[in-house]
Design a protein around this ligand. Structure first.
Ligand SMILES: NC(=O)c1ccc[n+]([C@@H]2O[C@H](COP(=O)([O-])OP(=O)(O)OC[C@H]3O[C@@H](n4cnc5c(N)ncnc54)[C@H](OP(=O)(O)O)[C@@H]3O)[C@@H](O)[C@H]2O)c1
Length: 267
């Protein structure tokens, strides 16, 4: 049985735990959070143990660092005084390069990951970067955890900010689009409840089509866009008004923010 510890039990840790809890995996879970009540509540919900920082570190084979980037520096200071031999550290913090962890914790196996909150419904896609001291067995454990809550993709460290821009922050882009579609539906005469259910279920259905149909998103779009039809008219407006450029600019801003965060928090 693997013993997994979480330092920081906020939104993302909660999503991962919610996902793992739906799988019948042989894991024992230890939780530690600055505000203890948060760890206690999750421990009760997910049959885990809420405990001190030292107990999480001592007991766990795999230790998740699930705090905000600004808190990583302090956490690495605390961890550098602990015995971490044979343990795997998995960090979820955005914008902090693998080398920062490897410098602070020499010789320790580190996997840097960028999941998204769809872990909670077992539909995450997680970009993973393998540190130089990670053993094959530890890499398999990381794969086992993230394949339990969705899919994973190993990438090089320098690509992780691009992963953040696409899939780490991606769920919010689709929520925003559904929100705007519902608003536009109201302007076209639907009630707010009607517009929200139509936009929401459309997003769910389109997601399922993308997941279950072997065609690419582009092929799926082309298949439902007949020339001079209603969908065609809408897509033409998206094109002419520059939606492509807006999406590119937004993702570039996300990418740049991830790059900036590295300097801000570790500087
Ligand atoms: N949310 C996402 O969609 C997403 C996606 C990919 C990656 N991430 C990454 O995931 C990380 C966590 O994000 P989040 O949204 O889960 O943030 P969050 O909800 O604020 O959770 C962070 C938790 O860490 C706790 N904490 C801070 N310092 C601590 C310490 N030294 N020891 C123990 N606990 C400590 C905080 O406790 P208190 O509340 O008591 O201060 C808080 O509960 C971030 O680094 C982010 O970049 C998030």
């Amino acid at each position: 049985m693997n013993k997994i510890g979480f330092i920081g039990t906020g939104n993302l840790a909660g999503s991962i735990l919610k996902g793992l809890n739906q799988r019948n995996l042989d894991f024992e879970i230890y939780l530690n959070n600055k505000t203890k009540q948060k760890a206690d509540a999750l421990a009760q919900q997910f049959n885990a143990k809420s405990c001190s920082f030292s107990e999480v570190v001592a007991e766990s084979d795999v230790i998740f660092l699930a705090v905000k980037p600004k808190d990583i520096k302090g956490l690495l200071n605390d961890l550098s005084g602990c015995s971490l031999s044979g343990k795997l550290i998995i960090t979820v913090a955005a914008g902090i390069g693998l080398s920062v962890y490897e410098q602070a914790l020499p010789g320790v196996g580190i996997v840097r990951v960028m999941p998204n909150t769809s872990c909670a419904v077992l539909q995450a896609i997680t970009g993973m970067v393998r540190g130089k001291y990670v053993t094959d067995e530890q890499a398999k454990i990381a794969e086992q955890i993230f394949s339990a809550v969705g899919k994973f993709l190993w990438v090089e460290d320098q690509k992780i900010n691009a992963v953040t821009a696409v899939s780490g922050s991606g769920p919010a882009y689709f929520y925003f689009f559904a929100e705007m579609m519902a608003q536009a539906g109201v302007e076209l005469g639907l009630s707010s409840e009607e517009a929200i259910i139509l936009a929401r279920e459309t997003l769910v259905g389109a997601g399922k089509m993308v997941a279950e149909d072997s065609r690419s998103p582009q092929e799926l779009r082309q298949a439902v866009t007949s020339p001079n039809g209603t969908t065609y008219e809408a897509i033409e407006v998206f094109r002419k008004e520059g939606l492509n450029e807006i999406v590119s600019k937004a993702m570039e801003a996300c990418f740049k923010r991830a790059v900036e965060m590295e300097g801000e928090y570790m500087g």
